[in-house]
Design a protein around this ligand. Structure first.
Ligand code: UT7
Length: 333
């Protein structure tokens, strides 16, 4: 019988340092009211001190995912690490995570697809397992944004949005009748490459980083918020409808919808366009802000532990972000 892939376990980890909107308002010109009204975010987490990278946040999440899946570290035969904030410029965060897990020799692939990174990784893991290349693929989505945002008046539009965190899943062979990854659909359009980006250091520039670039803050993320908002609210429902169609399902067949968490208003508009009941939509943006590649695996792990998701649950996913990239998936647990 043809092999099918399933999500066998999940885990998440958030650093303990809570940063509220009022904490940000003490650093630069913003307010709890503005942030809550525009984004729904109330607080986010930042790493506690210097020296904590994305792979460090992913490590406890990975162990939690393995435990839930009933697998040992040695069972992992491939790692996929989705992040836009790897520990260092190179090598990839996956190499660090593999080393920290003691998985010398196990392949580690870094995926650079920002907010869609987790679903891109899921597509790769699904294909590897169905093709019989690997049996147990650990996917990590983790970000340390707090060291890369500009916590000043100039950077406030972006700085209030992002937080640090990690989520992991273990993908392996499906055993149940209907369990498994049903559809994953991926998209990208570089027309939006510079609508949400970090320009510097840039390999195409000689030198890659100058004093002037630092002064202008070109090493911080820059975003055309309105343009990203418009694209997100169009593409997220479009790809969600497409994956449902390919899976032969209607919106009424979905038990839970876990959208990428960039903005509560985006989630609500996407849910309304899909016509899905509000109580089936997962939001954790209030507590964590946008953790980019980590939002969806954190959503899976929290929902599983809260009992919102369990054996037989049909879950719809949709994401949009820098690139532009966007993606959707349907998974039965
Ligand atoms: O993961 C995917 C990537 N990100 C997204 O999907 C984000 C998509 N975009 C958005 O969520 C929204 O565009 C934002 C929440 C980022 C911004 O909301 P907006 O309603 O588009 O606000 P705006 O950027 O048009 O700014 C409105 C006003 C401006 O003031 P004026 O020109 O009207 O006087 C800004 O200067 O709000 C001001 N502003 C702020 N005020 C207080 C911008 N940032 C802040 C801030 N605090 N942090």
């Amino acid at each position: 019988m043809a092999k099918r892939a399933a999500i066998l376990g999940s885990g998440h980890y958030l650093p303990s340092r809570v940063v509220t909107n009022d904490d940000l308002a003490a650093m630069f010109e913003t307010s709890d009211e503005w942030i809550v009204q525009r984004t729904g975010i109330k607080e986010r987490r930042f790493i506690e001190h210097d020296g904590i990278g994305a792979s460090d946040l992913a490590l406890p999440a990975a162990k939690m995912a393995l435990e839930q899946a009933g697998r040992e570290v040695r069972d992992v035969d491939a790692i996929i690490f989705a992040t836009l904030s790897p520990d260092v410029y190179f090598p990839g965060a996956g190499c660090y995570l593999g080393h920290k897990l003691g998985l010398g020799g196990v392949p580690a692939l870094d995926v650079r697809n920002q907010c869609s990174g987790f679903l891109y990784s899921l597509s790769v893991a699904d294909a590897w397992i169905r093709a019989g290349v690997y049996r147990n693929v650990l996917i990590a989505g983790a970000e340390v944004h707090s060291t890369g945002i500009e916590l000043t008046d100039r950077g406030r539009d972006v700085a209030v949005l992002f937080g640090d965190g990690a989520g992991c899943v273990l993908v392996g062979e499906a055993s149940g009748e209907s369990e498994g990854i049903k559809v994953v659909e991926l998209h990208a359009d570089g027309v939006g490459a510079e609508e949400l980006w970090v320009e510097a250091p840039a390999s195409r520039r000689i030198p890659r980083l100058t004093e002037a670039m630092l002064d202008e803050g070109r090493h911080y993320p820059q975003m055309n918020g309105r343009q990203v908002f418009r694209w997100a609210t169009e593409k997220m429902p479009e790809v969600a409808k497409s994956v449902l169609g390919k899976a032969g399902l209607g919106i009424e067949d979905v038990d839970l919808f876990i959208p990428h968490q960039a903005n509560m208003r985006i989630n609500q508009m996407v849910a309304a366009r899909l016509g899905i009941a509000e109580d089936k939509v997962v939001h954790n943006i209030q507590r964590y802000g946008n953790t980019t590649a980590a939002t969806i695996p954190i959503g899976i792990s929290e929902s599983w532990r809260e009992g919102k998701l369990g054996a037989g649950s049909r879950v719809l996913f949709s994401a949009f972000g820098a690139g532009f990239t966007w993606a959707g998936a349907v998974v039965e647990f």
